[in-house]
Design a binder for this molecule. Structure first.
Ligand SMILES: *[C@@H]1O[C@H](CO)[C@@H](O)[C@H](O)[C@H]1NC(C)=O
Length: 431
């Protein structure tokens, strides 16, 4: 049986009975466009279709095995094909099962491969390195890995891959192994003002125990500017244990050195969030000559406090009602006026939506807005007047309302009425 499942660039094949599967991704080899004369050089990238096969990825016992079939390389090796084969038993692909399930759920998997080179690595003759970045947008999951080509015993029949000029295995694949992985399980998150947040980033590498020195740097980019948030160098010493050298630029940011060394967890904690903490965070992990990154988006959100200027409304003359939406973030907020007349059940929009003040920004970066509605005396008692505020930090729009009350007859009119009734009464009696 040989079923190939192909969905949005990913198909999975089943091989072994011991709970391991091959994950096959369709990727693009991205290269800086060279040799394109007259195109001005630099900034041009070419994309060539490539296939990446992770061999023997461990899967849970409850995988629907009948859905999977083994990956079969082409029967005749083709030096034109870009077929990367990566063994992942070590360091292991974190959350490989999520990649497997991305297929079942028809999620889009993005995969890009590019040459990875540093000065120090160029001496190796036949050895090459590649950087692979895989993103499953809907799962908020992303991973960068560095692949190292494995030596191929060259014979006369050894084919060279045309584009990369690297020797191919008997089955026509480029044999590689993952030597360094940096990943994040949460690529984008929102957190409330003054709260704490954990920005998720981790790494894996085959050396056990973990490398003697790990360098981690967290940076924040926002609106074209960049800052360092924190950096940490951990060294593993035979005698002293873990030694961490931390440099904190943003007060209240921290990493756990113990977790860095024992679990490869380089997540960043930010406490007492401010509006200024919003932006794109870049987690860079370096071990020896290798560095890989993850990018995490942090949004700060704060719901508005909503209130009305009046507790009740009695209409003899037009009355101004104000609705305040205070101290929210980000900027976009909407205020609408609605009413429910005494005989209706569904709210309707006021024709005249009143006037909005301009947004005011407070010292802490939050915004306030208010709207003024003039309610005409023609609005009958029993009408419910609603101010509806919409903002991204409020799941659903927030309604605040009051009832138009029946005007109480003034004591003067009471008195006059009483007088008239009395006069009529006496008139009747005396008659
Ligand atoms: C790091 O540790 C935190 C809690 O200690 C956990 O929530 C997070 O998932 C871990 N992340 C990684 C990448 O291991």
């Amino acid at each position: 049986m040989m079923i190939e499942i192909f969905f949005f660039g990913l198909f999975i094949t089943w091989v072994h009975a011991d709970g391991a599967a091959d994950v096959v991704l369709s990727c693009a080899l991205v290269e800086e466009g060279s040799g394109l004369s007259g195109m001005g050089g630099g900034g041009l990238f070419t994309r060539t279709p490539a296939t990446l096969v992770f061999r023997d990825v461990a899967v849970g016992p409850d995988e629907p095995l009948e859905m999977l079939s083994p990956f079969v390389p082409p029967s005749v090796p083709d030096p034109e094909l870009l077929l990367f084969e990566a063994s992942v038993t070590s360091p292991g692909i974190p959350n490989a099962d999520r990649l497997l399930h991305a297929d079942c759920n028809e999620l889009e998997v993005m995969c890009e491969i590019s040459r990875y080179s540093t000065k120090e690595l160029q001496d190796g003759s036949d050895q090459a390195f590649f950087m692979v970045s895989i993103t499953v947008e809907e799962l908020d999951f992303s991973i960068s890995l560095i692949l190292e080509t494995l030596p191929v015993e060259k014979t006369q029949s050894t084919l060279m891959q045309n584009k990369l000029n690297l020797p191919l295995s008997q089955s026509g694949t480029l044999l590689t192994k993952a030597i360094f992985v940096v990943f994040s399980n949460k690529k984008s998150l929102s957190a409330p003002l003054r709260g704490d947040v954990l920005l998720d980033c981790g790494f894996k590498q085959p050396e056990i125990p973990i490398a003697h020195q790990v360098d981690v740097e967290w940076r924040l980019q926002h609106r074209g500017k960049g800052w360092k948030v924190l950096d940490m160098k951990t060294t593993l010493d035979d005698t002293e244990g873990v030694h961490a050298n931390v440099n904190v630029e943003r007060k209240g940011s921290s990493m756990n050195a113990g977790q860095v060394v024992s679990e490869g967890n380089v997540s960043l904690t930010l406490s007492a969030l401010k509006v200024a903490d919003e932006g794109t965070y870049i987690c860079t992990v370096s071990i020896g000559h290798f560095h890989a990154q993850q990018v995490i988006q942090l949004h700060v959100i704060q719901p508005p406090h909503v209130s009305l200027s009046e507790e009740k409304l009695i209409l003899k003359t037009p009355q101004t009602l104000k609705c305040y939406s205070s101290k929210y973030y980000p900027l976009d907020a909407q205020i609408e006026w609605l009413f429910v007349s005494p005989t209706a059940t569904e709210p309707e929009l006021f024709k005249d939506q009143g006037s909005l003040t301009s947004h005011r920004q407070h010292g802490d970066g939050t915004f306030s807005l208010s709207s003024h509605l003039t309610v005409p005396p023609s609005v009958p008692p029993g009408t419910k007047v609603i101010c509806r505020v919409s903002h991204v930090a409020l799941g659903a729009p927030l309604d605040i309302s009051l009832l138009v009350e029946t005007p109480k007859i003034d004591s003067y009119w009471w008195f006059l009425g009483f007088l008239i009734v009395t006069v009529i009464f006496f008139y009747q009696v005396i008659k």
